[in-house]
Design a protein around this ligand. Structure first.
Ligand SMILES: O=P(O)(O)OC[C@@H](O)[C@H]1O[C@H](OP(=O)(O)O)[C@@H](O)[C@@H](O)[C@@H]1O
Ligand SMILES: [Mg+2]
Ligand SMILES: [Zn+2]
Length: 178
């Protein structure tokens, strides 16, 4: 079994700009590459789990998502950062168009994408970690059985209720101090 670092994308790996799909708007968050590298050095596999309802809503195409995704993976490879797999879900329960209008078990806060990864890579979920920028990310982790879920402050705004309820971090490296 392997321990995994599950990472949300928008707001954790890159700045959240609301339905990002243009390569030129993708900005890696300060320190994220160093943080991922440290987890790789400690034997974690890196799994990205991202809701991409912008496709389901018709804001951008699946092809545009894949182009950005391939570009992001190549950028990380340039710094010798290996991402084991990116799981994505295009649907949205209310705003999805056509086949994308569905209440998928894969869309966070549902745990489907994480459960698929556990199965596919024989992940030791009790010793894995999840980092997200929204409560829906954390709930997905909890529902999948992850015990160490961290809310990062680089994405969406975090209100007092969330601050009281979840463990907050400003960057991945802080997790090693916890
Ligand atoms: O990698 P993430 O953070 O799962 O991607 C989030 C974006 O797809 C998108 O998510 C939310 O949109 P929906 O509610 O799913 O339509 C919003 O938070 C947007 O601001 C994000 O860009
Ligand atoms: Mg996010
Ligand atoms: Zn977000």
């Amino acid at each position: 079994m392997k321990k995994a670092l599950f990472l949300d994308r928008d707001g954790v790996i890159n700045n959240e700009v609301n339905y990002l799909y243009k390569i030129e708007e993708f900005k890696f968050i300060e320190g994220i590459k160093e943080g991922i590298k440290k987890f790789r050095d400690k034997g974690y596999i890196i799994i990205i789990i991202t809701n991409q309802a912008g496709v389901g809503r018709g804001y951008y195409t699946a092809e545009e998502f894949f182009l950005l995704n391939d570009w992001m993976l190549k950028e990380l490879e340039k710094d010798e950062i290996e991402i084991t797999k990116v799981y994505y879900e295009f649907s949205h329960p209310d705003k999805g168009i056509g086949k994308y209008k569905s209440d998928s078990i894969r869309r966070k806060p549902n745990p489907g994408m994480i459960l698929e990864a556990i199965e596919e890579f024989d992940i030791d979920i009790k010793n894995s970690i999840l980092v997200g920028d929204k409560e829906s990310d954390i709930i997905a982790g909890e529902r999948a059985g992850i015990l160490n879920n961290y809310l990062i402050t680089t994405g969406h705004s975090i209100n007092e209720r969330l601050k009281k309820k979840y463990i907050l971090i400003n960057n991945l490296l802080e997790i090693f101090d916890k």
